[in-house]
Design a protein around this ligand. Structure first.
Ligand code: AMP
Length: 224
């Protein structure tokens, strides 16, 4: 069977993190989130974290060469040899081309790009109310998915905070960057026949079912 090399993308706040938590349990595939990797580096104060932080705080993209090197390293690890789900990468055409080059050197190619689609006004509503736990990044929403006790994570009891990049002016900048730099990937993967669109305005359980169905279908197709 060939690997499932999947890309999950969409505007900020499309629910990628929420779906990642759900999908992790479904498939034996590593879930690789560049946003999470960068946040870990920032927290640990590594060189990479220091380079990335100012871009992240401003809602700008970290330069392509930094991100491409980080992902290339990660994809060489053992657990990615049978496939992966990439979340938040690629985010530019240059990153997509670098990924394609790395995969093709291994005789592999992207299996599909899954777009979780959500309009801008919904993104703003979601992100402005989002809270994450400081320990493991579990997501909540003050209005749609509040924790049982205000400010405390249901799963591990740690403190909930608002990400710096979820401040309103930063959200607007992240959306601008998404439309300018990342949305062109839709056409890029459409041309290659790899795009799968998922309606991200549906409730999380339905979005999850849809993604699972798409992946299960691809698995079957890869098997024949
Ligand atoms: P995320 O959690 O995916 O929204 O990522 C948070 C921030 O990390 C983004 O706003 C960017 O500053 C940075 N980042 C994550 N992934 C990438 C990427 N593929 N290219 C450039 N910057 C990225």
């Amino acid at each position: 069977m060939s690997e499932l090399d999947l890309i999950l993308f969409g505007p900020p706040g499309a629910g990628k993190g929420t779906q990642a938590d759900r999908l992790r349990g479904d498939f034996q595939l590593p879930f690789i989130s560049t946003g999470d990797m960068l946040r870990t580096n920032v927290k640990e104060g590594t060189d990479l974290g220091r380079k990335a932080q100012e871009y992240m705080d401003a809602g700008e993209l970290v330069p392509d060469d930094v991100i491409v090197a980080m992902v290339a390293d990660r994809l060489q690890q053992g657990d990615a040899q049978d496939g992966f789900i990439l979340d938040g990468f690629p985010r530019t055409i240059e990153q997509a081309e670098a990924l394609e080059k790395q995969l093709s050197e291994l005789g592999r190619r992207v299996t599909a790009a899954l777009l979780i689609d959500v309009p801008d006004e919904e993104v703003i509503r979601r992100l402005a109310g989002r809270r994450v736990c400081v320990k493991s990044g579990h997501n909540y929403h003050v209005e749609f998915d509040p924790p049982k006790h205000e400010g405390v994570c249901d799963q591990d009891g740690s403190r909930l905070i608002q990400r710096d990049d979820d401040q309103p002016e930063v959200i607007r900048n992240r959306l601008r960057v998404y439309h300018e730099k990342t949305a062109p990937l839709i056409e890029h993967y459409d041309e290659q026949g790899l795009m799968r669109r998922i309606d991200g305005t549906r409730p999380p359980a339905e979005v999850h079912d849809h993604i699972r169905a798409v992946i299960a279908t691809m698995r079957l197709e890869e098997n024949v």
